[in-house]
Design a protein around this ligand. Sequence first.
Ligand code: SF4
Ligand code: SF4
Length: 419
Amino acid sequence: MDVIPLKTANRDSARAYTRRFHVMAKPGGAKCNIDCQYCFYLHKEALLHQPKQPQMDSDTLDAFIRSYIEGQDGDEITFSWQGGEPTLLGIDYFRQIVALQQKYCPPGSTIHNDLQTNGILLNDEWCHFLKEYGFLVGLSIDGPRDLHDKYRVTRSGKPTFDLVMAAVELLHRHQVPFNTLAVINRHNALYPLEVYRFLTRELGARYIQFTPCVEPKDFKRAAPQYWNDNMLPVIGSELSRPGHPMSIVTDWSVDPDDWGTFLTVVFEEWVNNDLGRVQVNLFETAVAQTMGYASQLCVTAEFCGKALAIEHDGNVFSCDHFVYPEYRLGNINQRPLSHMALSTRQEAFGMSKRDSLPDYCRKCDHLHLCWGECPKNRLIKSPDGEIGLNYLCPGIKSFFDYASPILVGIAHMLRKPVL
Ligand code: SF4
Ligand code: SF4
């Protein structure tokens, strides 16, 4: 197998690196009404010294919406609202958002909105609003009751499953379209069919996102890639999986092998029963990549850096998972978003996804489908001690060992002309 040369970031490779960018907006900061044990964002309240009730003020919101619209070169403009829990800001705040979007929307362009929520505050009034303005809701739910309630609890430790199911019922009743986002952690990873069948058969979800929970033990303080290299474990060692007192990750992080098994079992079920009917983000993308298209997901793309994050105070960061002072690009009240998104610094951030890959990845048969996954998860060393290997590697490898021939078959079937 050929080895991809390192440090090839130049103007030619930059051609593949388009000008389009996306921003995850967190106008309510990290504030949330529940306290999921595995949440990677709640600690930003302390890390970024956020006030008790963070809220993007009107001038900053105006600057963000105007600058984001001005920075887009397509006719379809999508805003993504996240937190914390964005519904804590109230409907009137979102009415203000929609009014500003209408004010700045250029003729001929269409604005879309995504809202990622735990669903708990949704009610009839919210659903009317979401329906009226065509919001696409991303609902966080980790599986059936016992699996969901393992980590997704209130601040007083109470379960949230019934509250989320009430939101599902409301969304169905008001015909508000929604996707599901399930965080796959050390516990629910052991129940792949239970999670998948619950989402598809009981909730009726037709678009499903799975996100592996991977959190280094010192994630509240240490920014990704600022780890102490001497402390990073080698692939296959006990410290490179959860459960060991000296493990690199929290106890609730998914075990890398379980991640592979989870994907394999769900993929088999999806291929046998739901292909073309249910969209699972990781599988759809793998099919597209096998057909020769670029990845639709940053985590499995060659480059990244096109999904920035903006906090309530207008500070802009390289990525939603890199909201640390080390990755601050500037403030929307001082610099247009496009300057930050297309800056040399941000371009280097995105390019390094490929250019910092260890030899172990560059020689891997699955490189074109994986691209070393997300840099925030590159917490371990290769067998020969090179840094920069992804914590999930064993699972990703075993999944693609199984799925690759099937992906080739699906790609072949999709290419066949319809008679
Ligand atoms: S750092 Fe990870 S989550 Fe962020 S844009 Fe890159 S691949 Fe995506
Ligand atoms: S499967 Fe492992 S070795 Fe292969 S590209 Fe992905 S992270 Fe690298």
